[in-house]
Design a binder for this molecule. Structure first.
Ligand SMILES: Nc1nc2c(c(=O)[nH]1)N[C@H]1C(S)=C(S)[C@@H](COP(=O)(O)O)O[C@H]1N2
Ligand SMILES: [Mo]
Length: 367
């Protein structure tokens, strides 16, 4: 990490440095105990070096070109003045969250545990409104995003991802300028970033400077090969399929997180405690959460608090009175409206270790 990266981290003492060459830091699970994750606790994931240019809104423009009728160049102030301003709550999760829990090792530099996820309030304008203003060409299929952050090893963009046109035009997809009611911080993509609820965090392009509308899937940095892609057929763990058998991740799986009690807590037998946390899913709505207080042998339904926002996470609560002393492993299991539940051991192995939505567990001591 550069001294500049270190200074950003020093500002966020609760985050855990992942020890990567770029700035990557996750949130301890027990600190994710609020419906809206405070920005000081929100994980940071950089693929390369922080941009070295001026990130103030006054110094910034967003260029929209490619398969459009009228290329546009707009400042953040013009965006906010010209289009309807929208605020929504949404979970952002890195596709690599949970990578550390694949039983067989995967590639992918950052071995995220549980905390490369958060739920924030995002404010911006709809990407669809901007694209309609530019006039979407008949040949448009995909949009490509470009930013000034650079790769740490090669003279190249660090990350240039994009969205299929259907997602670019969905009402929840934003060009965002504020997070939790304040202008975006530098580490979270100031002054403009993509918000693409339901897609992995990698699609939430930070420091967005250029949108190029294309007639085919984007092939920018970390769009091709094994990056942010899953196999289209089941693999034997360790197997490296042909890259033609890999497809871009366009949806996040159902998942949950236990935020209380914290792992390692000592709890008195006979007293009631609350097991709680959050559950969420991608484009298929969340349906239910179950809790096991015996390592996954028996399960009971948790109370799920309704959320009025489609892509926010939902609080679950479960009252529990431990009777016997000893070590106990608590497990949560969420399922989506298509009946797909979190796997107990691991999600299917894949080369880069994406989308491991295995059931979260915390082990506590009953005394
Ligand atoms: N320009 C740019 N955008 C980016 C990245 C990046 O390295 N460069 N990382 C992506 C990834 S992989 C994730 S998970 C999210 C993390 O956003 P955050 O750092 O605000 O939590 O940003 C995405 N947007
Ligand atoms: Mo990510």
């Amino acid at each position: 990490m550069s001294p500049q990266d270190q200074a950003f981290l020093d500002d966020k003492p609760d985050l855990m440095d992942m020890g990567d060459a770029a700035l990557n830091a996750e949130t301890p699970a027990h600190l994710l105990d609020e419906p809206v994750t405070p920005t000081r606790l929100f994980f940071i994931r950089n693929n390369g070096a922080m941009p070295q240019c001026d990130l103030s809104p006054d110094a910034w423009t967003l260029r929209i070109d490619g398969e459009v009728d009228t290329p546009l160049t707009l400042s953040p102030a013009e965006l906010a003045a010209r289009f309807e301003i929208v605020t929504l709550s949404a979970v952002m999760e890195c596709a690599g969250n949970g990578r550390a829990f694949f039983p067989r090792p995967t590639d992918g530099a950052v071995k995220w545990g549980l905390g490369a996820v958060g739920c924030a309030r995002w404010t911006g304008v709809r990407l669809a409104d901007i694209l309609h203003e530019a006039g979407i060409g008949a040949s448009a299929r995909y949009i490509a995003h470009h930013s000034p952050d650079r790769d740490l090893e090669r003279d190249a963009e660090a990350l240039s991802r994009g969205l299929p046109l259907w997602k670019a035009l969905s009402p929840e997809t934003l060009v965002c300028f504020a997070m939790n009611g304040a202008p975006l911080e530098a580490v979270h993509g100031a002054p403009l970033r993509i918000v693409a609820p339901g897609f992995p965090g990698s699609a939430w392009q930070k420091w967005l400077a250029h949108i190029h509308v294309r007639d085919r899937e984007h092939d920018g940095a970390k769009m091709t090969g094994y990056d942010y892609r899953l196999p289209t057929r089941p693999l034997v763990p360790g197997e490296l399929p042909d890259v033609a058998e890999m497809a871009v991740i366009e949806d996040m799986p159902v998942k949950s997180l236990i935020t209380a009690p914290p792992a390692g807590a000592c709890i008195a037998a006979g007293g009631e405690i609350e097991i709680r946390g959050f559950a969420w899913s991608g484009h298929t709505p969340l349906a239910r959460v179950e809790i096991s207080c015996d390592s996954g042998i028996s399960w009971r339904a948790a109370r799920l608090e309704p959320t009025h926002e489609r892509f926010a996470w939902s609080r679950f609560r479960f009252a529990w009175t431990p009777r016997e002393t000893g070590e106990v492993t608590l497990v949560a299991r969420a399922a989506d409206a298509r009946g797909r539940a979190q796997p107990l051991i691991s999600a299917p192995w894949n080369p880069m270790g994406y989308n491991n939505n295995r059931c979260p567990r915390v082990t506590v001591a009953i005394g």
